[in-house]
Design a protein around this ligand. Structure first.
Ligand code: CIR
Length: 279
């Protein structure tokens, strides 16, 4: 669920699939996308699933000069009414950020904007929120300077941040974990251990999935009890059902081919309360 609680999933920003998508970076789950039309179909189904679960979706136009532009999660970190603009960890992805940032600043009317500086590097995909507790992955894309700058913001907002080392055979913390609810964390064997996350607040549970279902550990939960899950991960599916939640299964094959997961394709945010009251 990245950086918002369930109740903050009112709106989402997504970005259309560019013609250049077959040139997207791919080194972990996939060996590169092969079909733009199939990726567009899967992305369309993803957008529909967000809408069907009560989310107001805005689609930014594709940026054909940036093959990875659909993975908006990496470009901005929304925490309550604050937007943190990281310096994306891969140089080829830095030019994706300006339209994402402009959009969010306009949507969050008067929210606070902060930018990373200096040596800091971070992809939004390295942040996982479990209720009001935050985890950040130290990874190929996120360095200690980036983590220190995220911590400054979270200290200011009074949230705790814990650092989790992302193993070398994974891209981001969200590539291998997620919080389908504000109290449940899914992680895969062979990548992460429950103790990597420390003592969790009362009522929170860690669910360890088999190593071969690592990709399935990335899910998106909604306040209505539905959870988006990728097709092909039976233990993840059974775990979601056992929690009394209702899985909504999506074919993510062309997204996975570029190392992308469900959460990577959206940035959730909630408009300020005064705007909602006037609805
Ligand atoms: C990349 O390597 O940057 C993209 N091909 C995939 C980004 C996936 N984003 C994410 O996990 N948050």
């Amino acid at each position: 669920m990245a950086t918002v609680r369930l109740d903050q999933k009112r709106c989402a920003l997504v970005r259309a699939v560019p013609d250049s998508y077959p040139r997207a970076l791919a080194k972990f789950f996939g060996s590169g996308p092969t079909s733009v039309p199939r990726a567009q179909e899967q992305h369309q189904a993803y957008r529909q699933a967000l809408i069907a679960n009560g989310v107001e979706v805005t689609v930014l136009p594709a940026d054909h000069d940036h093959p990875d532009c659909i993975f908006v999660e990496d470009q901005a970190v929304v925490i309550d009414d604050h937007v943190l603009l990281p310096v994306p960890g891969h140089p080829s992805r830095r030019g994706e950020q300006p339209p994402v940032a402009d959009f969010l600043v306009r949507q969050l009317h008067g929210g606070r904007l902060c930018r990373m500086w200096g040596e800091a590097k971070m992809d939004g995909g390295d942040i996982v929120r479990l209720g009001d507790l935050f985890f950040v992955g130290r990874s190929e894309r996120t360095n200690d300077a980036g983590i220190a700058e995220l911590k400054l913001l979270l200290d200011h907002l009074n949230y705790e941040l814990r650092v989790v080392d992302v193993p070398k055979h994974a891209l981001h913390l969200t590539s291998i974990s997620s919080t389908p609810t504000d109290t449940d964390l899914l992680i895969p064997e062979g990548y992460l251990r429950p103790e990597d996350f420390g003592d969790l607040p009362e009522g929170c549970r860690v669910h360890v999935m088999p190593e071969e279902e690592v990709y399935g550990c990335n899910t998106i939960g909604f306040p209505n009890g539905k959870v988006l899950v990728a097709e092909g991960y039976p233990t993840v599916l059974a775990t979601i059902e056992a929690l009394g939640l209702e899985p909504v299964v999506l074919d993510m094959s062309e997204i996975r081919a570029a190392d992308g997961s469900l959460t990577c394709c959206s940035i959730f945010y909630s408009p300020p309360p005064w705007l909602l009251e006037s609805e």
